[in-house]
Design a protein around this ligand. Structure first.
Ligand code: C5P
Length: 397
């Protein structure tokens, strides 16, 4: 943690006193520490404790030094925002985007990863509102250090006790490590559907929204990569840090991807490319009275196979959207398209496409396999990058 920059937010629960020991651990590991205390936290522990540990002023209000715009300055200066303990109230505010004090304003302004360690009474932890709020935060990519079961302030035993200091330190360190594990990498991602025009108003396409590729792009940027995103038609908004190439047809997507491929160290093909296009595109709208008997089709180029055929040191990852015989089909694709890994996505029924949860199985090499259980695409993107980083590290060693 030497020289890394940590922002610690402390909320008002009895476990707030443990945040002082955590602050001490963080500075002993060589990190720079800023601390925000909520008004409620100060009922449990004083700012002087944290000021002495961090050797700098502690932030308790939006209004002390307005010229510094503290909520923005603090999250821009930090690499990770740890909220320890996180109360049910603050968790609810984070889930809703409420910003009514310095800590919640900073959290809303944070583009850095957030780690929270909840601590509260069992009934509050198990309340459906808290359960739903934690699920919302997790789906957004917030790391939750699960509370433990044990002795509570109420002199009873139950779930809700703040996680141990080691578990919280591990989560903060792992998050910091992730913020740089793609530094220096140039990532190329294809995403979204393609549209193959029949006439000026009609096309062949599919249900892809590009969400998986967009989340992979967002996560790669957060981990320090440069990202080229070749994106088919979608209303999902890509991250602002990516170099986005908007395309419509498979042939446009192929041209854009091949142009960007030579500089890429990692390429991931998430696009749901239309396999066929109409052999002929009518220049004007076909009238319903024209009563066409059939639509002649031509094969589109396989962009991923083209990337595989030309690859020169690029780590190439494909997706396999399958409804059956998932793994056997995917392994065959892994070899045939010269891939370094393939992520298998079950798209039977409602799963797979769109903004909902999904699950992936990643396959590589002769028998490499890792399951990423059902989660939001943001969480899956984190898991897939962890897997890619691990495979690359193993195959280089
Ligand atoms: O062969 P199949 O279409 O199942 O392979 C899926 C993988 O290939 C995905 O990674 C997809 O992005 C990519 N692909 C492509 N160009 C195509 C078809 C698929 O890049 N024309």
């Amino acid at each position: 943690m030497n020289g890394r920059r940590v922002l610690l937010g402390v909320c008002g629960g009895i476990a707030a006193y443990k945040a002082a020991a955590l602050a001490s651990r963080i500075v002993q590991r060589g990190a720079d520490l800023d601390v925000i205390l909520t008004a409620e936290a100060q009922h449990f522990i004083g700012a002087a404790t944290f000021a002495a540990l961090a050797r700098r002023r502690v932030w308790t209000s939006m209004w002390e030094r307005t010229e510094e715009i503290p909520h923005i300055a603090l999250v821009r200066a930090a690499e990770v925002f740890a909220i320890v303990p996180a109360t049910a109230n603050v968790i609810a505010k984070l889930a809703q985007g409420i910003a009514d004090d310095l800590l919640t304003n900073a959290a809303l302004a944070a583009r850095i990863p957030i780690v929270i360690a909840p601590a509260m009474n069992t009934a509050m932890l198990e309340h459906p509102a808290t359960v739903a709020n934690l699920r919302t935060l997790e789906a957004r990519g917030v790391t939750i250090v699960a509370p433990e079961s044990g002795f509570l302030a109420e002199r009873e035993t139950g779930a809700g006790r703040l996680a141990g200091e080691d578990a919280i330190m591990d989560a903060i360190e792992a998050t910091l490590a992730r913020t740089r594990d793609l530094a220096g990498e140039r990532v190329l991602i294809t995403a979204g559907p393609t549209r193959e025009p029949i006439d000026p108003v009609r096309f062949l396409s599919n249900a892809s929204t590009g969400t998986m590729g967009i989340e992979l792009a967002r996560e790669a940027l957060a981990r320090g990569a440069t990202v080229d995103l070749v994106l088919g038609p979608t209303s999902v908004v890509p991250p602002s840090g990516a170099q986005v190439d908007r395309v419509t047809t498979a042939r446009e997507m192929e041209r854009a991807a091949l142009a960007r491929a030579p500089g890429a160290t990692i390429a991931i093909a998430t696009a749901a490319v239309a396999d066929w296009r109409p052999a002929e595109t009518h220049a004007s709208k076909v009238k319903k009275t024209d009563d066409p008997q059939s639509l002649a089709l031509e094969r589109n180029p396989d962009i991923l196979a083209a990337l595989g055929a030309r690859k020169n040191g690029t780590f190439l990852v494909g997706f396999a959207a399958e409804t059956d015989a998932h793994e056997a089909n995917a392994r065959e694709k892994l070899v045939r398209k010269h891939l370094d890994a393939i992520a298998v996505n079950d798209v039977s029924g409602e799963r797979g496409f769109g903004a909902g949860d999904s699950a992936l199985t990643v396959l590589w090499g002769n028998g490499g396999r890792r399951e990423l259980p059902s989660a939001s695409k943001r969480v899956l993107a984190g898991g897939l990058w962890d897997t890619i980083v691990t495979i690359r590290r193993e195959t280089r060693a």
